[in-house]
Each structure stands twice: as C-alpha cells, then as structure tokens.
Design a protein. Structure first.
Length: 262
C-alpha cells in the first residue's frame, strides 16, 4: 500500500502535538489494555524502577547504514525545518520531521538530549518521540526526575507498555536508544504477524521483542488498520520542546545468507 508521508501525519494523529492532563495516581477513563489490569495512560500503574546506567552508548554508523543527520536537516528529512549545527539537530516548533527514506524492518540508533534547566512536569517541558514507520512511537523525554503516566515516560511504547526499568539520565546529558523493529506482516488485509520491537536505552534493555498492539495512539486502544505500508519514513515529534538529536542512523535488516550485492 502506498501512503504519502503527509498522509501518515493526517491518518495517525499520535504524531500531532498532544498535551495530556493525566496525573500520576489518576486512573483516566480510557480503554483497558489487554493482558494487564491497567487502562491506557494509567496513572496508577507502577513507575518503572530507576537504574543507573553508564550513560549514552555512542556508536559510529556502520558502512551499510543510512545516516539521517547531515550538515543540513533538509538533506535527509522533510516536513518542518529543524536547525542543525555541529551535527546536532534541535526540535523547532511548527511540526515534526520525517525521513525522506522509508523503512520496514530496521535497526535504528539515535542519541538525544533534554537541554539543562528545562521546567518539566508530566508530558510538558521535555517531550518528543521517535516513530518507526511514522506509526509506532517510542517516547523521548525527561524521566530522570520527572514522573508521568508510565506508558508515556521515556522509553515507553506510547499508550501500550512502559519500559521494564528506567535508566534515564539527567537533563543536559546525552542519552541513546538502540531499536530493532520488525514491521507487521499482512496477508489479504489481515495481520498475520504483528509488529515487534526491542529497545535498549542507555545500554539497558527496556523492551525485548515486545509485540505491538498496533500504531500507537493517544488516549485510545491501538489496533491495526486494514491497510498498512510495507515501508514508511521514520518520524521525530515536535511537542513544543527543544529536544536535541544527534548521530541518527538506520540499517535495513536483511535475511540470513543473503548474497552480497555485486
């Protein structure tokens, strides 16, 4: 199925700027999540245990990776124009960005930083997100001292599952995500294999081949659409906060025993 990149943003409003008023300890009137005794964005859900990591894992891109940060963000991104200087791209108000290239199964590395001195409360003040295929969000934000509903904290599969633990670093420090994403498989309009994701935050495993319920949504239960692209851009969210990104690269995942290209 072909979906335009603009269409992805229109079809899936999770990419839009959203500010939630749900407080920690509050149980909102949202749908129940399958398999757990919690609802979407459940403020009564336990906060993930904090662990002290060794900090960001900075890995240079391998030779077969597509580097998504160049001297100018317009080289590899489209949508809004975010400034980039010295290899650092800063979220600018006016909308998110999405990669010009499209991906399905992939390995993604990115590093981010919440600028020091931000006043953060809940979902406000230090918030962004990375969307695999423009549809499946891993939350990016400030969760070192700030608390929010667990399926909306840094490293969460937004609206679906909190990270197993919380290895977030303080504001002003660079942090890293390494993500292995397996796209859903469809047959005649039906999902035969749902999307699966593995996430490592600051060198700490926070999701291990976690099955996704569908494209992530705000205050709603995720489900798979009848039609789904085989590949789609990676998106970064503008939530109104100047989150910084650097060293973003992607590798498409090939098959075992694949012949080398000549």
């Amino acid at each position: 199925m072909t979906i335009t990149r603009i269409g992805l943003l229109l079809l899936f409003p999770a990419l839009a700027n959203v500010v939630s008023g749900i407080e920690v300890g509050e149980k909102p009137n949202t749908p129940k999540l399958p398999g757990v005794p919690y609802v979407v964005h459940d403020g009564t859900r336990p906060q993930p245990v904090k662990v002290k990591s060794g900090g960001a894992v900075s890995v240079k891109p391998p030779s077969d990776a597509l580097v998504l940060i160049g001297e100018k963000s317009s080289e590899t991104w489209e949508g809004n124009t975010w400034p980039i200087a010295d290899g650092v791209m800063t979220v600018a108000k006016g909308g998110g960005v999405r990669s010009k290239a499209a991906f399905g199964d992939c390995q993604l590395h990115l590093e981010y930083r919440v600028p020091a001195g931000r006043k953060v409360k809940g979902q406000a003040g230090g918030n962004s997100g990375v969307f695999l295929m423009g549809l499946y969000e891993i939350q990016v934000g400030e969760s070192h001292t700030n608390q929010t509903y667990p399926d909306g904290q840094t490293g969460a599969i937004y609206g679906q599952a909190p990270p197993r633990v919380n290895p977030s670093a303080p504001q002003g420090e660079w942090q890293s995500f390494d993500i292995i994403f397996e796209a859903p498989e469809y047959d005649d309009g039906k999902v035969v294999s749902p999307a699966v994701i593995t996430v490592v935050h600051n060198g700490v495993l926070v999701h291990h081949r976690k099955t996704l319920l569908g494209p992530t949504r705000h205050k709603a239960l995720a489900s798979y659409p009848a039609k789904h692209p085989e590949k789609a851009p990676i998106s970064l969210q503008d939530h109104g906060d100047p989150i910084q990104y650097r060293n973003i690269w992607v590798r498409e995942l090939g098959e075992y025993d694949a012949a080398a290209s000549k």
